[in-house]
Design a binder for this molecule. Structure first.
Ligand code: UDP
Length: 353
């Protein structure tokens, strides 16, 4: 599509989404292409999946570039807007190669910031609630500096993301790029990887397979879960805002649940008779987490609309569908399929943006 073909009055942008084949990135790419923009999806496929963007590859407004952001981007790449979502985000995945995680956050983010500077592109950095570490303030406001162990197994991600924020605000202060930083709290929805290792994907897959639900520690630690479409709405508002907030903005759902409550909810919705099995709490696992979203609300009128119980249904249905597909591909070999026959929930509509 050429610029001249775009609807009168609308502005087609060239948007680069790093990490565009991942869970959040693919939902963002889909939204942006749907809005008529030209999207370049950059992904190393370390944790992203071609399946996530398969439906977009037929569009002439979607380009896929297989590339690790730690390597310099080709000179030919250009953009009006850059979203940096490229980094493994689940503890088992980001800890599998911790040095690469840190490099992705620092070297990779710097490469993309340099691209933004060269193109004059607006830049949005996906930061994380992990910058607050195991927080001593509750709920977490953006002006809280956090409580992070700089030498523990989570540090490659937590400190990497903190360093990336530092780079972002240095580029902004120096006038080198219009950089915005969002701090994303736990987000869930269709296209999470079944082997992601995070709480929602683990519990849902285990419940569907009739396996014990693995709860770490006492299960009394808390998290706040945001449905993916709510989150994407926040990211695009932050990018679109005429004035740069000049400070990080939290995006997440303030509804706070213990892991035990979440496990009970998953059992109830799936109708699974799985049991719960307790496992040791991972090192430095944050005990409480809930975003203060006043800033996002005041700046953009943003607040999440989909409560956990509603968002879990399409998420569970999506995992159930993936399970069926895997079972068809390799009969009897799908880990997720075991024991789940006959207990799959009925299809439900996925909420739209
Ligand atoms: N957790 C759990 N069982 C699992 C996976 C995670 O009890 O199978 C716990 C984990 O210890 C943490 C919470 O669930 O307290 C959220 O973990 P997750 O890995 O989803 O994300 P985090 O917020 O820790 O990055």
């Amino acid at each position: 599509m050429k610029r001249e073909d775009f609807p009168v009055g609308a502005v087609m942008k060239r948007v680069l989404v790093a990490g565009g084949a991942g869970f959040l990135g693919s939902h963002l790419c889909e939204y942006l292409v749907g809005q008529g923009h030209h999207v370049t999806c950059v992904d190393s496929f370390a944790t992203g999946s071609l399946n996530n963007v398969k439906a977009l590859t037929g569009s002439n407004r979607f380009v896929l570039l297989t590339q690790d952001i730690c390597d310099p981007l080709p000179e030919s790449v250009t953009a009006d807007e850059i979203y940096n979502l490229a980094c493994a985000a689940s503890p088992p995945h980001y800890q599998a190669d911790p040095v690469h995680t840190m490099m992705t956050c620092v070297v990779g983010t710097n490469n993309l910031l340099a691209l933004a500077e060269r193109c004059g592109a607006r830049f949005l950095q996906a930061s994380t609630s992990e910058v607050y570490g195991d927080p001593e303030q509750h709920p977490q406001r953006e002006d809280y500096w956090g409580h992070v162990n700089p030498t523990g197994p989570r540090a490659c991600y937590d400190e990497g993301k903190r360093a990336a924020e530092t780079l972002c605000f240095d580029y902004l202060r120096a006038g080198r790029a219009d950089v915005r930083v969002v701090r994303i709290f736990n987000t869930y929805g269709p296209r999470m990887r079944p082997d992601d290792g995070r709480i929602i994907s683990n519990l849902v897959c285990q419940a569907l397979a009739g396996e014990p639900l693995t709860v770490y520690g006492t299960g009394e630690q808390t998290r706040s879960f945001c449905y993916v479409t709510d989150l994407i709405g926040g990211l695009v508002r932050m990018m679109a805002a005429k004035d740069n907030p000049g400070a990080p903005v939290n995006f997440g759902n303030p509804g706070e649940f213990t892991i035990n409550e979440l496990a009970e909810l998953v059992l109830k919705i799936t109708g699974s008779s799985s049991t719960i099995s307790l496992h040791p709490l991972p090192t430095d696992d944050p005990q409480r987490r809930r975003p203060d979203i006043d800033r996002a609300h005041k700046l953009f009128g943003w607040q999440p609309e989909i409560p956990l119980v509603e968002g879990l249904r399409p998420t569970i249905e999506w995992f159930a569908r993936e399970t069926r597909k895997a079972r068809q591909r390799i009969p009897g070999a799908a880990r997720l399929a075991a024991g789940s026959a006959g207990r799959l929930p009925e299809p439900v509509a996925v909420p739209r943006h």
